[in-house]
Ligand binder design. Structure first.
Ligand code: F6P
Length: 321
């Protein structure tokens, strides 16, 4: 009887529970014993393992967050911590580990496979979409819809008061939430870490918009953009003489019931992971490419660099003139 482990790591994201649910139920269907590991790599080091059954994942599909909980683990990046984690897996006779998380988490999983021979399956779970090998990550769609809902609400009041609003969104070093929400939310400008950005050009656009009869402006700032949101607000006020407000969406982007897209993608990734383990395939990163869920060598996947979508960046400008 094959025993496998599953954990969620790093920032939680809506849809992680759907992935755990599918992995547990497909694993049991294929006569595996599935162990949930609580609190990510911290729990792996502390031996917080719980044997799952079908009921363990009941009523979880629609919930955001992760019922296995998650944590960021500096200890895991030490040889001692990783050694302890590997020993715990050995004690439980678990040699196959599914890790659901972002870039840092999948990199940690890869290290565990290289140093200790654990077979790892990486499932991309993060709202950031900061894993370049895959077109989607679990939680990105739900987070974008949360941000779009916020933009719609802000547009109402921003127009009423003829204000400019800076909206700060998450993404760590990746600007995709700001970029895609900016395009589809009708923002005038997006500031992302991938592009230097031109504050003069931004302010000029706000002034021209007012002269053309625009009642308000929305500026999306990704949290990884070098200039801080408060500094940006001050700069815009100084150069445009407009009233500028700041909205930091922060952890709102991480919560909420996962959308269909995130539930479906999470389920497909988990099923793929279980079937690869069943077939004896090792050390894969699972993701979406050209609309299909596929698997890739995890080492190669983590080395893929994403080309920034300058066409979308330009589209924000053209569509908001
Ligand atoms: O990686 C997901 C993420 O939400 C990032 O966008 C954000 O910068 C980070 O997590 C916040 O981390 P924490 O939840 O540990 O404060």
């Amino acid at each position: 009887m094959k025993r496998i482990g599953i954990l969620t790591s790093g920032g939680d994201s809506p849809g992680m529970n759907a992935a755990i649910r599918a992995a547990v139920r497909y694993g049991i269907y294929y006569d595996m014993e599935v162990y949930g590991i609580h609190k990510g790599f911290e729990g792996l080091i502390d031996g917080e393992f719980e044997k799952m059954d079908r009921r363990s994942v009941a009523d979880t599909m629609q919930r955001g967050g992760t019922f296995l909980r998650t944590a960021r683990s500096d200890r895991f990046m030490t040889e001692e911590g990783m050694e302890k984690a590997a020993r715990n897996l050995e004690t439980f006779k678990i040699n196959d580990l599914i890790v659901i998380g972002g870039n840092g988490s999948l990199t940690g999983a890869y290290e565990l496979s290289k140093r200790h021979g654990i077979n790892v399956m990486g499932i991309p779970g993060t709202i950031d979409r900061d894993l370049a090998y895959t077109d989607h990550t679990i939680g990105f769609d739900t987070a974008l819809n949360t941000v779009l809902d916020a933009i719609t609400r802000i547009r109402d009041t921003s127009s009423a008061h003829e204000r400019t609003t800076v909206i700060e969104v998450m993404g760590r070093h990746c600007g995709d939430i700001a970029l895609y929400a900016g395009l589809t939310g009708g923002a005038e400008y997006v500031l992302v870490p991938e592009v230097e950005g031109d504050i003069n050009e931004l302010c000029q656009k706000i002034i021209e918009g007012t002269l053309a009869g625009k009642l308000h402006s929305i500026i999306m700032r990704a949290e990884g953009y070098p200039m801080s949101s408060t500094e940006l607000v001050k700069e815009i006020e100084k150069r445009t003489d407009k009233e500028v407000k700041l909205v930091v969406l922060s952890y709102l982007q991480r919560g909420g019931s996962p959308t269909f897209k995130d539930r479906m993608f999470a389920t497909e990734c988990a099923v793929k992971a279980i079937e690869l383990i069943k077939e004896g395939v090792k050390n894969r990163a699972i993701g979406e490419s050209c609309g299909e869920v596929k698997d890739f060598d995890i080492g190669e996947a983590l080395n893929v660099k994403r080309d920034f979508r300058y066409d979308i960046f330009r589209g924000v400008d053209i569509l908001s003139r």
